[in-house]
Design a binder for this molecule. Structure first.
Ligand code: MEV
Length: 450
């Protein structure tokens, strides 16, 4: 049976849902009712969400959690995190509390340059193209003033445009490599609009250039697009304390803990298989804040992982050292973020999260996000090098297992108490619930009848 459809986007939302339900589901009414259960009863709020993307059929929830007690550069923050993975928020909160007692996190924005490129083919020598480019360079700035004037008024704009010769890698391939300052906006639309203008200018100017041959006059622009790799838009987050203050748990000495922690970081620095998982843990914190603040997590992910490979091998984004008895743990990552534009004023929960963070500038948000990543990494390494990750993780995952087993509130309460002292695993929880139900059939029946 063919499931192709013409003109799907023109159908009403109701008709789209009906088509999907009837084509793909054995119980169409159930499928429709599931989708509708996730609609918001506030019609204008629902319409707003429907209009964020195309062919919206319902909302897809993610929990929004809160990690309080973060001290960053002496200021207190309660950090919003939108994430589905249990234990991420708990780990962030625990690390925040731990470091709040040791002076908190320090964060610094090192630079904020964004990048965009016009990729084009030119059938001629670099020398000739270079002379032409130097001649017309001011025209890129003049010819895009209508696009840049607002950004300039906010202190941003085009920083520079370079011509880059890429012909050793691909025949006739050159670039206009442009750098931008976009202040509090992520700047994607601004950058892409400027690049498309540069592309028009370079083509027109080449066409009218007297010294070019007929072939050279026909510059072929392949594409004009920002780069999500922003190695000059870097934020650093750091924690440090005397080694003896790292001590929290009598089972391991501070020195032993610090040294094991350092070795764990070193392993992530030299071993890509470990580095990917190590960095994934950092991204647990970063993505959760990026999503909550309405930023583009795909862009950040792509840029961060490219940065992790900048020296030719994928490596750890975080580093640690012990010097003169002081333990220091830090990361430096590229983050192109916005606190104006995009979803920031449109999505009510995104707006809420910005207000919760005290309406930060993009630079301040870079610091908060980097700290969330470092905190997450610290929490993961601390567990990995001491108790192992499963103890804490499975405790947090307990509620998901109980929900999978259809546990009622009473059973959940009993189970949480029982597993305070017992190891959580899917089978241990299943056995416990079975036992609870067989030993208490009347109570279970009552609970199910309610
Ligand atoms: C799980 O989401 C993240 C960790 O695997 C990170 C790490 O191994 O460092 C625990």
């Amino acid at each position: 049976m063919s499931k192709a459809i013409a003109g799907f986007s023109k159908l009403t939302k109701e008709k789209k849902i009906k088509w999907i339900a009837e084509e793909y589901f054995s119980e169409p009414e159930e499928a429709i009712s599931l989708l509708k259960n996730y609609w918001n009863s506030n019609e204008s709020l629902q319409k707003l969400h429907d209009e964020f993307i195309e062919n919206t059929i319902t909302n897809f929830y993610l929990p929004l959690g809160i990690a309080p007690n973060f001290v960053i550069n002496g200021k207190n923050y309660t950090i919003p995190m939108a994430v589905e993975e249990s234990s991420v928020v708990a780990a962030a909160s625990k690390a925040a509390k731990f470091w709040a007692k040791r002076g908190g996190f320090k964060a610094t924005v090192l630079n904020t340059e964004k990048i965009g490129q016009v990729h084009f083919l030119f059938n001629g020598s670099f020398e000739k193209l270079s002379a032409f480019f130097n001649d017309i360079k001011p025209k890129f700035f003049e010819g895009s003033q209508d696009l840049t004037k607002n950004m300039q008024a906010r202190g941003g704009g085009i920083l520079d445009i370079e011509l880059r010769d890429k012909t050793s890698e691909l025949a006739n391939y050159y670039q206009l490599h442009a750098t931008f300052e976009t202040k509090d906006s992520m700047g994607a639309n601004f950058i892409n609009s400027c690049l498309e203008r540069f592309s028009k200018i370079v083509k027109e100017e080449a066409f009218n250039c007297d010294v070019f041959t007929e072939d050279e006059k026909h510059i072929q622009v392949i594409m004009s697009i920002l780069s999500n790799y922003v190695p000059n838009c870097i934020v650093r987050a750091e924690v440090s304390c005397p080694i003896e203050e790292l001590h929290e748990d009598a089972s391991v000495s501070s020195k032993e803990f610090a040294e094991k922690f350092l070795t764990a970081v070193k392993i992530a620095e030299i071993e890509p298989f470990r580095a990917v998982t190590h960095n994934k843990g950092i991204m647990n914190g970063i993505d959760a804040v990026i999503v909550a603040t309405g930023n583009d997590f795909r862009a950040v992910e792509a840029g961060v992982h490219a940065y992790a490979s900048k020296d030719g091998q994928y490596s750890s984004l975080s580093h640690a050292k012990i010097e003169n008895g002081i333990f220091t743990f830090w990361l430096e990552i590229p983050l192109a973020l916005g606190t104006v534009g995009g979803l920031t004023t449109l999505h009510p929960l995104v707006k809420f999260c910005h207000e919760l963070l005290g309406k930060p500038s993009a630079a301040e948000l870079m610091q908060i996000v980097a700290v969330a990543g470092l905190a997450q990494n610290f929490a993961a390494l601390r567990s990995l090098t001491t108790t192992g990750i499963q103890q804490g993780h499975m405790k947090m995952h307990l509620m998901n297992i109980l929900n999978q087993l259809g546990a009622n509130d009473h059973e959940k309460k009993q189970a949480v108490k029982h597993f305070e002292k017992n190891t959580v695993s899917h089978s241990a929880v299943a056995d416990y619930i079975t036992e609870l139900r067989t030993n208490n059939p009347e109570r279970i029946e009552e609970d199910f009848l309610q």
